[in-house]
Design a protein. Structure first.
Length: 248
């Protein structure tokens, strides 16, 4: 039976819930980071706004403020990477007292009664998620470092024509890649909370995953923040391009 690959006491509903969890997370990430284009959500709006930000930066002699803004986000990524390591240390350390942890969880009335082997599988899922999150945040930090190097190499004003267009696209594109990795790490925390619901049971995992997806979709495309950022994006896009309509 396929469920035997998880644990002897796993049910087909557990297998479905695990596939549902991984599938929704993967599909949402793919749509947000690769498929959606144009101005359809906060992430897409901010791609445009970052491009305009770098355009303004290329007009300034003093770019300390721009470096500080990037450094602020780097500090956030560093904080989450460090926090993720602490969580990983706690989760891995719990395997040293897995019998005690299993006994404590089993005595909670809200939790599903499972075997020790199945409990280890659920704990291993959380460990795998936080390893993924750690790699996302550390990759984000490296990409922020690449972006800072690009900012430091940007030509001094006046920067016009094709040079300005290419410089703006490369720096804002590098910054967007760093932010995408950072967002992937944050998204992992949301789905880690959903994975924790598997301790209650497969139905709880299914509902928690759907709930996390609803929250993420609403915040990205239907929140007040999205409407405000969309207005600013529309305003910036109405401005004339600094390099002209024909790229010069």
């Amino acid at each position: 039976m396929p469920t035997d690959l998880i644990a002897p006491d796993a049910t087909p509903l557990d297998l479905f819930a695990l596939c549902w969890f991984a599938g929704l997370w993967g599909v949402y990430t793919l749509i947000q980071d690769q498929v959606l284009r144009g101005r359809r959500g906060i992430n897409q709006h901010l791609v445009v706004i970052r491009r305009h930000w770098i355009d303004r930066m290329l007009e300034r002699d003093n770019r300390i403020m721009d470096s500080q803004l990037v450094g602020h986000t780097m500090s956030s990524a560093t904080f989450f990477a460090s926090t993720t390591m602490l969580i990983l240390a706690g989760l891995i350390g719990s395997f040293g007292a897995i019998d005690t942890a299993h006994e404590i969880i089993s005595h909670l009335s809200i939790m599903a009664k499972t075997s020790r082997d199945f409990f280890e599988v659920k704990m291993a899922l959380l460990v795998a998620i936080f390893i993924y999150i750690f790699f996302k945040f550390t990759w984000s930090l490296r990409q922020f470092n690449y972006t800072i190097a690009l900012i430091g190499s940007a030509p001094m004003p006046p920067v016009e024509g094709e040079i300005r267009r290419v410089t703006s696209e490369t720096i804002s594109g590098s910054l967007t890649l760093a932010i995408l990795a950072f967002n992937g790490g944050l998204r992992g925390y949301y789905f880690a909370l959903a994975a924790l619901a598997w301790m209650i049971g497969p139905v709880a995992l299914i509902l928690a995953t759907a709930g996390v997806l609803v929250v993420l979709v609403r915040r990205q495309g239907f929140s007040r923040s999205e409407r405000l950022i969309s207005r600013q994006t529309d305003l910036l896009e109405e401005l004339p391009k600094p390099w002209g309509p024909d790229g010069r």
